[in-house]
Design a protein around this ligand. Structure first.
Ligand code: GDP
Ligand code: ZN
Length: 453
């Protein structure tokens, strides 16, 4: 019940573990204010939306333990929609744990990961896509990821879904009316009308489904496998892209036997670079393992960077590798530009960039080529609305049901049959925003948050 939730007051240290200038204790629930007032001796009484200065006093000795700032948010104008108090203390784990324990002695319960956001969701202040965006914002590793998350947190996806859902409900209502009054000679909706209305629901959802590719790229990043014959400069280019001496560069062919990976970000798009052992027919056992791994890396990569020696003619093996990659985007780095520029006569669709890992020439062009290839087909960041698999699944499920509804319409099946599909589609949209989502799924989503959020 609502009263039950209010009484259940949760507390957590909302700042990351370890020492810092400031550490924040956050309380949410009906007892928040009373607990804070018991813990902090305040100069002036708490007031909604105001920060108040105060002291944390050890009740046994009356000694001051910390000087703090307390901010009070009164229900429903708070993050969780409940009474919320944030106590900004000095960022000492000892002090923060002391305050946490005192709050728990006064009746608060330790918050589970994501429980503050879960309460915001349960109170209806955030829908599920917005709650997920809170987590994505915190987890963002590039500013671009943060921007996309902030947009979703502001309800961009929900706003896109709302009118689609309204249209679907209107269609359902129209058909229900026809079904209910069929015997009373009220005209049922004509098939052409149903088809065009279905189309109006489907089109924006198809668009959302398409944008998922880019959303996923922003959210998870792309895997880029660097492949090529031994000694062409794969590890050197990897290091240039990473700008650190992460992989071992050596003049002996075939020494990068294991896969070396590193995360980088190119204009905010996260990429996982994978340096592989050289692709080469060999009998040496360790090297064979390396080559197997590099084939695996290539198979799992979203994008492949093939490095060739640009100072000499293309090797037959280079041509074999390039023509073997048919199903994913490809960039060719013609390396060793400082040693010469051979005519590669590549009539491939692939982007060819001249580089020198030694002088650094062409590295910026290579970065741009990678980014361009990675984001090909994806339009602007505004379209990155569907960012995780759960959201994509909900959209896809709705579309599958709509497709069935379309077939039922064409087959002139009774509207009762059509309605079953339409209700299913509505269910998909509701799962997307969390209007109807099973408790265990909700729990799994919120438990992936950090504590105190
Ligand atoms: P990998 O086997 O393909 O990973 O090649 P490495 O990165 O280990 O480089 C093999 C050798 O080629 C090393 O001696 C590098 O210094 C050298 N090398 C790599 N890139 C260049 C380049 O652009 N120009 C020149 N001159 N030498 C390079
Ligand atoms: Zn290497």
């Amino acid at each position: 019940t609502e009263a039950g939730i209010q009484a259940d007051t949760i507390v957590a240290i909302s700042t990351p573990p370890g020492r810092g200038g400031i550490g924040v204790i956050r309380l949410s629930g009906g007892l928040s204010r009373v607990i804070a007032e018991g813990l902090v001796r305040l100069a002036r009484p708490l007031e909604a939306g105001r920060a108040r200065f105060g002291y944390v006093i050890d009740p046994a000795t009356q000694e001051t333990l910390d000087e703090v700032v307390v901010t009070f948010f009164v229900a429903p104008h708070s993050y969780t929609s409940e009474d919320v108090v944030e106590i900004a203390m000095h960022g000492s784990p000892v002090l923060l744990n002391y305050a946490l324990e005192r709050a728990m002695e006064s009746g608060a319960r330790l918050a589970e990961p994501g429980e503050f956001t879960e309460r915001a969701f349960l109170s209806g202040r955030l829908d599920l896509t917005q709650a997920e965006a809170v987590r994505d914002l915190i987890d963002a590793s590039t500013l671009h990821q943060a921007r996309v998350a902030a947009q979703q947190m502001g309800g961009a996806l929900s706003r896109k879904i709302a009118p689609v859902k309204e249209r679907l409900i209107a269609l359902i209502a129209g058909l229900e009316a026809g079904v209910d009054f069929a015997e009373d000679d009220i005209d049922t909706m004509p098939t052409t009308e149903i088809s065009s209305r279905l189309q109006e629901v489907e089109a924006p959802l198809r668009e959302l489904e398409r944008c998922f590719g880019y959303g996923r790229l922003i959210h998870d990043g792309m895997r880029l496998a660097i492949v090529g014959r031994p000694n062409v400069g794969k590890s050197s280019l990897f290091n240039r892209l990473v700008e650190r001496d992460r992989a071992i560069v050596t003049a002996t062919p075939g020494t990068t036997r294991d896969l070396v990976t590193e995360r980088v970000s190119i204009e905010g798009v996260p990429l996982e670079l994978i340096d592989t052992a050289g692709l080469r027919e060999t009998t040496d056992e360790a090297e064979t393992i390396g080559i197997t791994k590099s084939r695996e890396a290539m198979a799992e990569a979203d994008l492949v960077l093939i490095v060739v020696d640009g100072a000499s003619q293309l090797h037959p093996e280079d041509i074999k590798t390039i023509s073997a990659i048919v199903d994913r985007p490809l960039v060719v780095a013609a390396n060793k530009l400082d040693l010469g520029v051979a005519d590669l006569s590549l009539q491939e669709q692939a982007l060819v960039v001249r580089t020198s890992a030694v002088t650094g020439e062409g590295i910026e062009d290579l970065r741009r080529a990678i980014l361009r290839t990675a984001t090909k087909g994806a339009s602007s960041q505004e379209t990155a609305l569907v960012t995780n698999l759960r959201q994509r699944q909900a959209v896809t499920e709705a579309l599958v049901s709509l497709q069935r509804a379309r077939e039922a319409t064409l087959a002139a099946l009774p509207h009762e049959v059509l309605l079953v599909d339409l209700y299913e589609a509505l269910g998909g949209l509701d799962r997307l925003t969390g209007a109807t989502t099973a408790d265990d799924i909700l729990h799994r989503i919120f438990s992936s948050f950090c504590i105190g959020k």
